[in-house]
Design a protein around this ligand. Sequence first.
Ligand SMILES: NC(=O)c1ccc[n+]([C@@H]2O[C@H](COP(=O)([O-])OP(=O)(O)OC[C@H]3O[C@@H](n4cnc5c(N)ncnc54)[C@H](OP(=O)(O)O)[C@@H]3O)[C@@H](O)[C@H]2O)c1
Length: 254
Amino acid sequence: MSLFDVTGKVAIITGSSRGIGRASAFELAEHGAKVVISSRKQDACDAVAAEINGKYGENTAIAVAANISDKTGLQNLVDETRKAFGKVDVLVCNAASNPYYGPQEAIADEQFRKILDNNIVSNHWLISMVVPEMRERGEGSIVIVSSIGGLRGSSIIGAYCISKAADMQLARNLAHEYGQHGIRVNCIAPGLIRTDFARALWEDEAAVAERNRTTPLRRIGEPHEIAGAVVYLASPASTFMTGQTLVVDGGVTI
Ligand SMILES: NC(=O)c1ccc[n+]([C@@H]2O[C@H](COP(=O)([O-])OP(=O)(O)OC[C@H]3O[C@@H](n4cnc5c(N)ncnc54)[C@H](OP(=O)(O)O)[C@@H]3O)[C@@H](O)[C@H]2O)c1
């Protein structure tokens, strides 16, 4: 059996209608998992689920829309997953928000709170909803998509970076708390990846040229290059890893 085989596992991936989440859902399905596609828009999720079912067979994917700022919607996401597939083995907290660019002193309280709510508190909610059944089974893998922004200072996206650093601490805390129950909690910290989320950065030719100059691999990343790390953390290949942050950034932080 391949170390990366996740056959029979059920994975929820938030923010999986596009970008890193979508690529992760495809790779998890490729490696045998049942996947639950989720974002705010049911139509977009339906389209991705249909594509996955077309490629990997009927009943590989379902689509359940949920806004990560809505606790009831997240509970419904977990409930619908259990209804369709019976359990949750893998949770990928991937969706996040960043409504503000600029100096920290000018951020509105509402914007700051939205970032903290969507990028930290919502992960805590969703994790708390799936942990009881994982604890009962004695296994589970939780993956939080953080960012290298959480490892460095920023004068432009400071609140977002605070939230991404907090995700790393959340993973460390929960790894401590749940390790004894066979539940692993890890983060991935991507560098700049070609998705809608970072479009403003990679569409700016001068900014990309400068970024590439300081990146050992001399390019930005593609969504599937983060999906491999998600499969690794979801699979038996990583069973001795917990509480860590896996940096996947072309070397830019070294
Ligand atoms: N791209 C990068 O350079 C980069 C670097 C480091 C870390 N990251 C992290 O990677 C993760 C994924 O980002 P991405 O780059 O793949 O972004 P993306 O391509 O823009 O995709 C974001 C996904 O999240 C969904 N989403 C957005 N707001 C949501 C909400 N409130 N509730 C539920 N779903 C929501 C979007 O769908 P809807 O709009 O339909 O809801 C979409 O499916 C984020 O945590 C981000 O911080 C990205």
